[in-house]
Design a protein around this ligand. Structure first.
Ligand SMILES: Nc1ncnc2c1ncn2[C@@H]1O[C@H](COP(=O)(O)OP(=O)(O)O)[C@@H](O)[C@H]1O
Ligand SMILES: [Mg+2]
Length: 265
């Protein structure tokens, strides 16, 4: 395990039930620095619940969460997602939550909406002293640089809500990047994205890895997961059925049976 590098995020025996349903049933995993780690699984496997436990959207029944060497379980339980963002953990959502009425440039000048607290006060926490770039001029400069990087310079004055989902998701990734996180938690980054926009997003995610960022993502579509992940965890009924490289997952009989068993991933 040591040759895989530093552990950025670690979940230990996480559990969450909704009534009789054990949505996450003893899940332990590690995310290594500088990797793209994916969680896949059939519908109802517990992927979203697992993510929501990590980001504090819902409290775990039991288990522990560590960010590097720091236990953050209670921080997650308290639902202070701006604190998580300040620590270096940032999240994108399956459904984009951007500020639709804003022009794209301006939407890159504000922090992205948070997991469980969209209040202005919480968002302002991410803009206050302690963060490096607080002046409006600085923020605009960085937003313009980001626009160039995303290839969206020509659309800077257009409203976010008028864009296709792929473009909205790209802007959301840019917003998150500007928070300077260590780890990106991406919930189905390709959901609703058209075939011609998907490669742009995948390239951007690969680019994040090249910049030394760590990515943990849930993804519904198997092919992109196999093509960009370093490590894949397969979740079935709230527990991990298998973990390994794309090659190992592709060859895993149990995984293939789980998928061929019916539901789509
Ligand atoms: N808020 C909730 N209340 C009741 N049951 C839930 C809730 N959220 C998820 N579940 C149930 O927990 C299980 C796992 O769901 P989920 O984490 O959404 O799976 P996935 O994201 O892999 O499709 C499912 O059986 C689902 O119906
Ligand atoms: Mg889900």
């Amino acid at each position: 395990m040591n040759n895989k590098g530093r552990v950025i995020l670690r979940c230990e025996d996480l559990r969450k039930s909704f009534g009789q349903t054990k949505a996450v049933d003893g899940c332990s995993l590690e995310v290594y620095e500088g990797t793209i780690t994916s969680i896949i699984g059939t519908n109802g496997a517990g992927k979203t619940t697992l993510f929501n436990l990590i980001t504090g959207l819902i409290p775990a029944d039991s288990g522990k969460i560590y960010y590097m060497d720091r236990e953050i379980t209670d921080l997650c339980k308290s639902g202070k997602s701006y604190t998580l963002a300040q620590l270096g953990i940032a999240q994108s959502f399956q459904l984009t939550r951007g500020f639709g009425d804003m022009p794209i440039l301006e939407s890159l000048m504000v922090p992205p909406p948070l997991a469980n607290d969209n209040s202005l006060t919480s968002m302002l926490q991410l803009l206050l002293p302690g963060r490096k770039e607080t002046s409006l001029w600085d923020r605009e400069k960085k937003a313009n640089e980001m626009l160039r990087e995303l290839g969206l310079e020509e659309k800077k004055a257009e409203k976010l809500r008028d864009q296709d989902i792929g473009t909205q998701k790209l802007v959301e990734l840019g917003q998150i990047f500007l928070l300077s996180p260590t780890i990106f938690l991406l919930d189905e980054p390709l959901a609703g994205v058209s075939m011609n926009k998907a490669p742009l997003l995948l390239n951007y995610i690969k680019g994040l890895k090249k910049k030394g960022k760590t990515i943990l993502m849930i993804e519904h579509k198997m092919d992109p997961v196999l093509s960009i992940s370093d490590i894949i965890h397969v979740l079935v009924n709230g527990t991990l059925l298998a973990s390994g490289t794309p090659e190992e997952i592709r060859k895993n009989q149990k995984v293939m049976e789980a998928y061929l068993g019916g539901e789509s991933c």
